[in-house]
Each structure stands twice: as C-alpha cells, then as structure tokens.
Design a protein around this ligand. Structure first.
Ligand code: SAM
Length: 295
C-alpha cells in the first residue's frame, strides 16, 4: 500500500473536518450517557473517574468468550482480518518509531497496550514482533482465555494480561509507547472519554491505533445486515449502527484528545478469496494511526 493512498484519505478527511463546523459536537451526541455500574466481574474504577463500560456490550462478549480462538467461530472475521490490520500497524509504527519493517522483531524495546484485547488475537502477534505487551479487557473471562492461550507459547507468555479498563490504567499513571484499541470504540459508553483515556496512556509523541466501523449506509448493509443476518459471520445484535463513528468524527474526537491522526486506511473484503486487504476506501471498516501531541 502506498503512502499516497493514506495521504489522500487524510486530506479528504481534513477537508471534511474543517468544513463549516457541521460535524462539531456530533460525537458527544452519539451516546445518551454512560453506565455507572461496572461489569460484574471486573474491578471497580476509582469513584471520580468516568467509566467507558457499556454493560450490554460487555455481556455480549462474555457470552461468547469461549470461542475466541475458534477460527471458524464468531470471532472468525477478526482472525481473517488480523494479517491485514497487522500490515497497517507494522508499516505505520515502524515508520513512526524508526524501526526496520523487515526485521523479525521490529517492535523490540517498545511498550504497547492492547485495550479491549479480548482473547489476545492482536496481543499475541504484537508480542511475537518483539513488543512488550500489556493486554487489558473489561471481561474477566476474556482475560482468562487470553492468558491460557498465551501460555501455550514461551514468546507470548510474556504478555501481561489484566482485567481492567483504560481509565483505571490512567489512574495508575501507566504510560505506553503505543496504545492500540481495535474494534473496541464502537462498544464503549463514551467514545470521547475513551479517547481521552487512550491519549493519557500514550507517551508524548507516542502512537495510537484505532480501528472501527464507519456509520455509513454501506456499513449498515454489509457489517450488520450481511455479516449478522445473511452470512451469520457474527451473532445477531453484535453491532449497533448508531454506535459507529464516521472517520471525520474519529479524527475530531482524537484531535480533542491531543492525538493527531496521520494515516488512515480502509479494509476491503474479497468474496472470491475470502481475504481482506488495505484500501483507500474508508466507507465501512477502517483503521487510523495517530500521534500524541507533545505536552
Ligand atoms: C470486538 S472485540 C475486539 C477484540 C480485540 N481488540 C481484537 O480486535 O481482536 C471488543 C473487546 O472490547 C472489550 N471491551 C468493550 N468495552 C471495553 C472497555 N470499556 N474497556 C475494556 N475493554 C472493553 C470487550 O470485552 C471485547 O473483548
């Protein structure tokens, strides 16, 4: 994938973001509020902190936690997309941190946190690429499955898994070179507060990578109607269309959290090969790389 592809998408976004202020305030209006209660099995956040937890969303993941590593199960789409999202992560983070993308362990010496890590589908390859990885998830069962699976390989057994939230890590004053939250923001109670927590966890000039689904008509038709109701790739009700963010909204939300989005790409599915690839079409699934502004 060429740098030009990313640049073009970003230019289009910047135009959208700066035009007429129409998009201002949209993100804040997406969600009616956030739940104060924590998901039953997780540590309570400090009283004063805002919770990113959405109980209904967490219950969905708890119900299917056993199938994280079933390559034909409900997480099959994440397994199939993983090489493509890792290609984006490898390319953007190696460029940002001045690492050799052709090295076997390009992320050696870097500290990453995988927020909403689920069963560890992303955390494990990041650890194999040399990163010192902390994986956190709000669902205790996910963390237990992730731990068991990571322990099968001495390289991934170094991953630190914790059942907690980004905001709790902020309370603990943790900092990471790169903060990744893939396919999580559409499941949190308050995307703006969630982005602020991700930013607070990132060192100055560190990296943030977020992937999610665009709130477009095409996403409604493909990511919900086709994926959940026709192809049965995902359990029905996995995604709420109204919880999706458009790329402009994500860029603005991150900007307000002191993260400048530098590159963005879409994911395209080829029904003939069953594979995903990176594209400049950010109309449905997309991924963004940003840099935390200097403090
Ligand atoms: C669609 S899965 C994505 C898993 C993983 N990031 C991946 O892409 O392979 C979303 C995960 O986010 C977790 N999650 C949702 N809200 C969360 C929150 N506020 N804090 C931490 N984890 C959360 C869920 O429990 C679930 O494991």
């Amino acid at each position: 994938m060429s740098g030009r592809m990313f640049t073009r998408s970003l230019c289009q976004l910047q135009k959208l973001c700066t035009s007429s202020g129409v998009k201002r305030g949209v993100v804040g209006a997406l969600r009616p509020g956030f739940h104060d209660r924590c998901y039953a099995s997780i540590p309570q956040p400090a009283a004063a902190s805002v919770s990113s937890l959405n109980q209904a969303e967490l219950a969905k993941f708890a119900a299917i936690a056993d199938s994280w590593w079933d390559a034909e199960g409900p997480f099959k789409p994440l397994h199939v997309m993983n090489p493509t999202r890792l290609a984006f992560i490898r390319s953007t983070l190696c460029r940002h941190f001045g690492k050799d993308p052709f090295s076997v362990r390009p992320f050696e010496g870097l500290k990453f946190v995988d927020v909403g890590c689920g069963g560890g589908i992303l955390s494990e390859p990041l650890a194999r690429m040399g990163a010192s990885v902390t994986g956190v998830d709000a669902v205790d069962k996910n963390i237990k499955i992730a731990r068991l699976h990571a322990d099968l390989d001495p390289v991934t057994s170094s991953i630190e898994y914790r059942c907690t939230t980004a905001e709790n890590l902020v309370e603990e004053q943790k900092k990471f070179d790169a903060v990744l939250a893939l396919e999580v923001i559409e499941h949190v109670a308050d995307p703006a507060e969630f982005c602020k927590s991700l930013s607070a966890l990132t060192v100055s000039n560190g990296a943030t990578v977020i992937s999610t689904i665009n709130r477009s008509m095409r996403a409604y038709a493909t990511a919900i109607i086709a994926a959940e109701y026709i192809l049965h790739w995902l359990p029905k009700g996995t995604h709420q269309w109204s919880s999706f963010l458009t790329p402009e909204e994500l860029v603005l939300t991150l900007q307000r959290a002191s993260i400048s989005v530098e590159e963005m790409a879409g994911f395209a599915y080829n029904p003939m090969t069953g594979q995903w690839s990176l594209t400049d079409d950010i109309g449905v699934n997309f991924i963004a790389f940003g840099i935390k502004n200097s403090e």
